[in-house]
Design a protein around this ligand. Structure first.
Ligand code: ADP
Length: 245
């Protein structure tokens, strides 16, 4: 938690702790995942082996249907793989019970999606406060914390605006601020620039990269945009449920 006293919020000074908290790396070994059964069976992931270093910046590319989002949802603890090991630090997500998996999501992961996922009737600040209401942040500190996050993403002056009154890039900034509510060690971004023009896309990447560097978060970006992928430290290409060598 980044709150250190009533209304006082520590900024950008926990980078090394984040890396330690997340563990040494995210390690996938022999991961298989499928949907449906019988005639509806779809093998989404086949025998995946992949390492994502702690504090790393990784892009996953590949055509639609390659399994990128499925892989992200496993790493984010939204689903468990049907077989294989998925280790994050010293825990194997494939073997965590539902409560522990939920705790992992809550304490470790920040999700950013292509379509932002904001509630239209709430202001930017209220969208963040809603996420805070599901966190351990004390009620009396939530507004100040939301404002800190809005400041971190450069939207202090848009706190009262609803998503419909913001540009696509600004909406994604709010979504990134919301993803930071629990001070995650891992940011998973699924096509975060997919709905943005080229200029806004690069500015959103700048922001994600600054979060990655200044907070020490591991950053995984799914994209089919080569210019986006080129900015990552490591790139993995997926096809038909496999990570290419
Ligand atoms: P990508 O993100 O690369 O586009 P996905 O991970 O979304 O790929 O999908 C991989 C495969 O799994 C696709 O064939 C897709 O149709 C299938 N799939 C994904 N989610 C589901 C689901 N909930 N039910 C059935 N099939 C699914």
């Amino acid at each position: 938690m980044r709150l250190i006293g009533p209304g006082v919020i520590r900024q950008r000074d926990l980078a090394h702790r984040k890396v330690t908290r997340l563990g040494s790396a995210i390690r996938l070994e022999g991961i298989n995942h499928w949907y449906g059964s019988g005639r509806t069976h779809v093998q989404a992931l086949c025998d995946i082996a992949l390492d994502i270093p702690a504090g790393g910046y990784v892009a996953l590319t590949g055509p639609s249907g390659a399994g990128k989002s499925t892989l992200l949802s496993l790493v984010g603890g939204l689903e468990r793989p049907q077989s294989g090991r998925l280790r994050v630090g010293d825990q194997d997500l494939a073997r965590l019970d539902s409560d522990r998996l939920a705790a992992y999501r809550r304490t470790t992961v920040g999700f950013v999606f292509q379509h932002f996922g904001l509630l239209d009737l709430l202001s930017a600040r209220e969208n963040i406060e809603l996420a805070e209401s599901l966190s351990a942040i004390p009620a009396k500190l939530r507004r100040a914390h939301a404002d800190e996050l809005l400041s971190e993403v450069g939207l202090t002056d848009r706190a009262h605006h609803r998503p419909g009154e913001l540009s696509g890039g600004e909406r994604q900034r709010v979504a990134i601020a919301r993803a930071l509510v629990n001070d995650p060690g891992l940011i998973l971004a699924d096509e975060p620039t997919g709905n943005l023009d080229a200029g806004s896309a690069m500015r959103i990447l700048d922001l994600l990269e600054s979060v990655h560097v200044e907070r020490g978060c591991t950053l995984v970006v799914v994209t089919h945009n080569e210019a986006v992928a080129q900015r990552a430290d490591r790139r993995y290409r997926m096809e038909a449920g496999r990570v290419l060598p």
